[in-house]
Each structure stands twice: as structure tokens, then as C-alpha cells.
Design a binder for this molecule. Structure first.
Ligand SMILES: *Cc1c(COP(=O)(O)O)cnc(C)c1O
Length: 396
């Protein structure tokens, strides 16, 4: 196939040219005397992205899933009770990990397409007068269904219940793309990965722990080794790592952080909201439904689109790839074959997204989904023409 392939899965995302070039470097000495001059500012700038002053940032060579494991094993005891809700494949996998690690998970099952049941959590926590629940797990953006949850509201509910549980947030597909405030929301552990909002290849788990989580990690007895915070702390302060760091990814991270901070986080969030709204306008014009059950759940980083009941979303995905070189996200588990997803996070602008909308529209028509030709494209075009990210921010 000539020309570029279009990558619109919700991670890995498109890597900006400057970031890619920053990674095209000869291998370097990770114990060099001048390495800390490069490493220490990375931690300083990552704290800005997580919006934490007192928190400690960790960089593990792993994907986001490794961050879940680090969060759980560093701060809990075997058999500890945690509260979680399941409403998509990622919230499900985190629960599955808890169970496999021997934690006692109180699960609140929610309809896929909805998000964190804040009121139910509040009630459960208020009734847990002995503080048996040690941690609350929250998937801020459920990438499988395109559902964004309200972490600030969850914090409020936890405070109203007067509960002392820690709050762990999976921000793999949200941090660096939509609003996240670690300190203000009282988040104890926030987990992200390199290949989504950070616009890098996969391979770096980027996470942060609050002072409270750090203190908890001192005395907890779950087995851990590679992910032990204490080994990291021992070397990070001086600007090094306990084992070989992925230097190329760290060079890329430097460039990616420069891009994010130069654009300004609030502008990055406004851009994601704006781009996402164009996709939603297209879906509405196609006469299709989102997997997300209502506007309060709409994700600004990924849109999951339901195909008509008698059609298979996998046909759309396969055809889009084979015929047009367009990668769309597949439906996972419960929604497999029912939805396809357009990822819209990272290094993106209107015209890039227009290619995804256009390609999805063509692929749908090719496999017999009867959307009006040009309808989604026109709706998105008109939205993008008449609005701008700043307006999206001002409208709030
Ligand atoms: C991608 C993703 C993960 C898993 O990350 P890996 O990097 O594949 O381990 C976890 N949670 C959410 C919400 C995600 O989007």
C-alpha cells in the first residue's frame, strides 16, 4: 500500500516527529556521571502532568498493566479488601489481577457503557464502618467502551462517607489527555503508560504515588520484587535506576513532555474535547449509537460506536484495515463484534481525524451498513470549521 497507514486505535497512538527523532540516538551509558542532569528533570515535569507536588513519580520498564501490579503489591496486605466496579474490559482486567494476587475484591457490576457508580460506592463505604475496605479502584477512562468517569465526584463521595480507604486511579488512557489532578482529588496512586497520551511506544509504565501510599508501602507484606517502590526510591533520588532503564524511551519522554508542557495541559485537554466532539457529531449523523450510555460518560480520548444489531463490527474493522489501511479499535469481550472504536488521543488534529471518520464511513458502507454517504464527514467538518478548542473550554 502506498501512502501512510492511519492509526486510530486508542493506543499505541501516533508518535510526533520530534519525539521519534529524539529516540533515534546511539545507545548510551545509563550509569554515566551526567545522567542525573537528564533524569531528574523528567521526574519534575512528570509531577506537573500528574498535578502532584508531594507525590513520587515512578518509571518502570513495563506497560500500564505493570503499574496496576506495582500499585497493589506495594501498598496492600494479602487478603485485603478492595472496592471496584466492572464496566468494561480494562476495569475487568484490574479486578482479575486483584483476584489472582489474592485480594478480596468487592465488585459492583455496572452496565457496560456506564462508569464508576459514585453513589453506590459512597453507600458501600459509609456502611463499612470498620474500614475493612483498604482501597478503591477507579478506571478514569474505560478505553473499551469510551466511558469517562468523574474522579472528583468519587473523591467527594469517599470524603462524605468519612472513609479512609486509599484511592487508586487507572489513568492509562486519560492522564496527559483529559483533566487529572492527583493532589486535588486525593488520589493515592495514579497509573499510566507511555503509548497513549504520552505519545510514545509502549514499554514505559508511568505512575505516581502519594505520600500516604509511600508510607503504606513501608510495612505491607504482599510479595513484590521487580516492582518494589523501595528499590526505585533508593536510586531515583540520585537520578539513576535500580536496573537498566529504557534510555531511548526516556529520550522520547523528554521530547513528549516538552510538547505537552509547551502546548499547556489545559490546551491539550481542550483539544481532546474538541476533537472528540467532532467524532460524536459524525456518529450522530450516521444515525448510530455510542456505547457510552449518556453525555455524562462520553470519553474525550476514545469513542466506541455501536453497529446495527444485525451487523458485525469486526467486518468494519477488518475491511477498513485491508482496503484503506485504517486501524480502528476492536470491541473487546462483552462488546466484541458490537462496537468499533476510534481512538482520538495524543498527537492529533482535525484533518487527521477526518481521515478516520471518512475511512470508517467508507468501510461501513462497503460492508453493508447503510449510513448516508458523506453524512458523518460533513457533520464533523462543520463542527470543526465553526468551533475551536478554546471555545470548547470557554463553554464549560
Ligand atoms: C491500555 C490500557 C491499559 C493497559 O495498558 P497496557 O499498557 O496494555 O498494559 C489499562 N487500562 C486502561 C484504561 C487502558 O486504556
Amino acid at each position: 500500500m502506498t501512502g501512510v497507514k492511519s492509526l486510530f486505535v486508542p493506543g499505541p497512538t501516533n508518535i510526533p516527529e520530534t519525539v521519534r527523532r529524539a529516540m533515534d540516538v546511539p545507545m548510551e551509558d545509563h550509569r554515566a556521571p551526567d545522567l542525573p542532569e537528564f533524569i531528574l528533570p523528567l521526574f519534575v515535569d512528570l509531577k506537573k502532568v500528574f498535578k502532584t507536588e508531594a507525590g513520587k513519580v515512578f518509571l518502570f520498564t513495563a506497560s500500564g498493566t505493570g503499574g496496576w501490579e506495582a500499585a497493589l503489591t506495594n501498598t496492600l496486605n494479602p487478603g485485603d479488601k478492595v472496592l471496584a466496579s466492572r464496566f468494561g474490559q480494562f476495569s475487568h482486567l484490574w479486578i482479575d489481577m486483584c483476584e489472582r494476587l489474592g485480594l478480596d475484591v468487592q465488585i459492583v457490576e455496572c452496565e457496560w457503557g456506564t462508569g464508576i457508580p459514585v453513589e453506590t460506592f459512597g453507600r458501600i463505604l459509609a456502611e463499612d464502618t470498620d474500614n475493612e475496605i483498604k482501597a478503591v479502584l477507579a478506571t478514569q477512562n474505560e478505553t473499551a467502551t469510551g466511558v469517562q468517569s468523574d474522579i472528583a465526584a468519587l473523591r467527594k463521595a469517599m470524603d462524605s462517607a468519612g472513609h479512609s480507604a486509599m484511592l487508586y486511579v487507572d489513568g492509562v488512557s486519560s492522564i496527559g489527555s483529559i483533566d487529572f489532578r492527583m493532589d486535588e482529588w486525593g488520589v493515592d496512586i495514579a497509573v499510566s503508560g507511555s503509548q497513549k497520551g504520552f505519545m510514545l511506544p509502549a514499554g514505559l509504565c508511568i505512575m505516581a504515588a502519594s505520600e500516604r501510599a509511600m508510607i503504606a508501602s513501608e510495612g505491607r507484606t504482599m510479595h513484590r520484587c521487580y516492582f518494589d517502590f523501595r528499590d526505585m526510591i533508593a536510586t531515583n533520588a540520585a537520578g539513576y535506576f535500580p536496573y537498566t532503564p529504557p534510555m531511548t524511551l526516556l529520550r522520547g519522554l523528554r521530547a513528549a513532555l516538552d510538547l505537552l508542557l509547551d502546548e499547556g495541559l489545559e490546551n491539550v485537554f481542550a483539544r481532546h474535547n474538541f476533537l472528540a466532539e467532532g467524532v460524536r457529531r459524525a456518529v450522530a449523523a450516521w444515525g448510530l449509537e455510542l456505547c457510552a450510555k449518556g453525555p455524562e460518560w462520553y470519553s474525550d480520548t476514545v469513542t466506541a460506536i455501536r453497529v446495527p444489531e444485525d451487523k458485525d463490527a469486526n467486518d468494519v474493522i477488518k475491511h477498513a484495515y485491508n482496503r484503506y489501511g485504517l486501524s480502528l479499535g476492536a470491541g473487546l469481550s462483552v462488546v466484541a463484534g458490537k462496537v468499533f472504536r476510534i481512538g482520538h488521543l495524543g498527537d492529533l488534529n482535525e484533518l487527521m481525524l477526518m481521515s478516520a471518520i471518512s475511512g470508517a464511513e467508507m468501510a461501513m458502507r462497503d460492508v453493508g451498513i447503510d449510513v448516508v454517504p458523506g453524512s458523518g464527514v460533513a457533520a464533523a467538518q462543520e463542527f470543526y470549521r465553526k468551533n475551536s478548542p478554546k471555545m470548547a473550554l470557554a463553554a464549560e
